[in-house]
Design a protein around this ligand. Sequence first.
Ligand code: ADP
Ligand code: MG
Length: 376
Amino acid sequence: MHSGRTTVYRLASRGGRPLHSGVTPAPETDTAASLGADADVRLVQLVKRYGDVAAVDDVSVDVAKGEFFTLLGPSGSGKTTTLRLIAGFELPDAGRVELGGEDVTGRPPYARDVNTVFQDYALFPHMSVQDNVEYGLRIRKVDKAERRRRAGEALEMVSLAGYGVRKPAQLSGGQRQRVALARAIVNRPRLLLLDEPLGALDLKLRQGMQVELKRIQGEVGITFIYVTHDQEEALTMSDRLAVFDNGKIVQVGAPAEVYERPATAFVAGFVGVSNMLEREGRRFTVRPEKIRILDDGDRPAGEHVEAGTVADVAYAGMVTRYVVALDAGGELQVVRQNLETSSADALEHRGRKVHVAWRPEQTYAIEDGPPDQEEA
Ligand code: ADP
Ligand code: MG
């Protein structure tokens, strides 16, 4: 069921060897990451245009069976369109979609073994929860007793056993979301597509549902392709993720790989805080939690040390974020866990001269232009 996982980590071990300068090179942008025969979903050079806009612009990627795969990117980057091409709601202008090794590009949605969960749930308001969940089975002419049984199972899986008689309007947002999920998994599709399914929930509920979704996916063993613009959600939930920018995939990898070794300036800035510096003609990024603010007089051997001034401090409970303007040019965000620091201690740092340090192997070379040039 989880054959996908081994593949995931095999792919994740690419790239990331330190250079002589101590700056680790960006990984090759392996957007076509080929899984060979393991691929459950394969997108090959997909293109979808709306007038002059290439909403999806040459997208190729393989997703493994049982994998939790996320499409992450800002609004308008082509995530939903990619999902609609996989589901069959749109036809591509070029390229193809393969499911389980079969070319399904020309097939209508109902002839693909795929279900979709939308952000607005799209439950039938006049039907009970039970009937909503049974709907797909009824269409497939599954007999009544079997329908009852399977819908009951699905509702149990999403922790809604006993809610079958209610109408959607009698449920909370989180419960409605779980009904939509039960309805989508009840006929065990090979692939479930989820388009920002937690977007309408408040933060606490969303975090709870993230954990639930992961658990359910583990239990049913269905391949999930999940769309979000929320980098934290993508990092928390995914086996692997693809970062979208302007209709293109700019990086594919395991969360830690994409976060720690962003391939481009855009990825560095979108998945986390960009923290870009240029030294001796080299541009690189170093993540906020890898940087230390040194105690007075502390000059650790083997670390890169720079002097600067604390330009800003934001106390956030668990951590404090410092913005340090470096004497040699550029600015870094530094995150420090508040082990003993109080809010008052943290805020006192504003305006202070400090030294910051990081290990050279925690820096990653960025080869392309800064994000604001890319946007232009
Ligand atoms: P995302 O889901 O990442 O926010 P979309 O895939 O919805 O992005 O959209 C990608 C681009 O395609 C956007 O520029 C959007 O305006 C455009 N687009 C999407 N659907 C249509 C459509 N039906 N007609 C015209 N343009 C569209
Ligand atoms: Mg969208």
